[in-house]
Design a protein around this ligand. Sequence first.
Ligand code: ZN
Length: 199
Amino acid sequence: MKPLDKKDLIILSELLNDGRKSYSDLAEKIKLSVPATKSRVEKLIENGIINFFTVNLDHSLLTEGRPSLIAIRTPSKSIQNLSEELYTNKLVQRVFLTGGRYNLLLITHYITDAQKSKLISNIQSLEEVEDIETTILYDEMPEKRDLLILEPKSIKLICDYCKREFADTIFTKVIGNKKRYFCCNTCLSVFEKRFGMVD
Ligand SMILES: [Zn+2]
């Protein structure tokens, strides 16, 4: 895959701030024609760098139930397997790695009480799960719909190997089922070699 350049980073940063920005706005920012901008965005989608466009919706108007937060404690060696397993359940929206008493935090989609009970007993039945605690989310206090992304951080991508911030170009490759990002081909090949050894 062709490495990302500054113009791609500007597109990503603009879309992070406003996912519905028009092609002509984007084109103006990166000083390219609208068709050229469109094909860059399409390439970013094709490469999986842009996964989806977010739309702010009031879910409570569309669906029954409420999201739940479920904190899970599992041995550290099981974290990877367990989170993959949790994602196979369609009620699960996101899983976070956390510190403290619990090491995984799961947030569900909007689900009903019945779905929630079923999900909880499902999770409890998994042998890697040592303890689980659940909380229902009622409302956001105060309500804040927009995702605020602070400008420099939104494009602060770091190399998966040397952890340095990217300059102009980014090299990507799928290694171990995950898309990885590197600052140069050397980091990419060293990472790939080491990854092969631990696997
Ligand atoms: Zn690097």
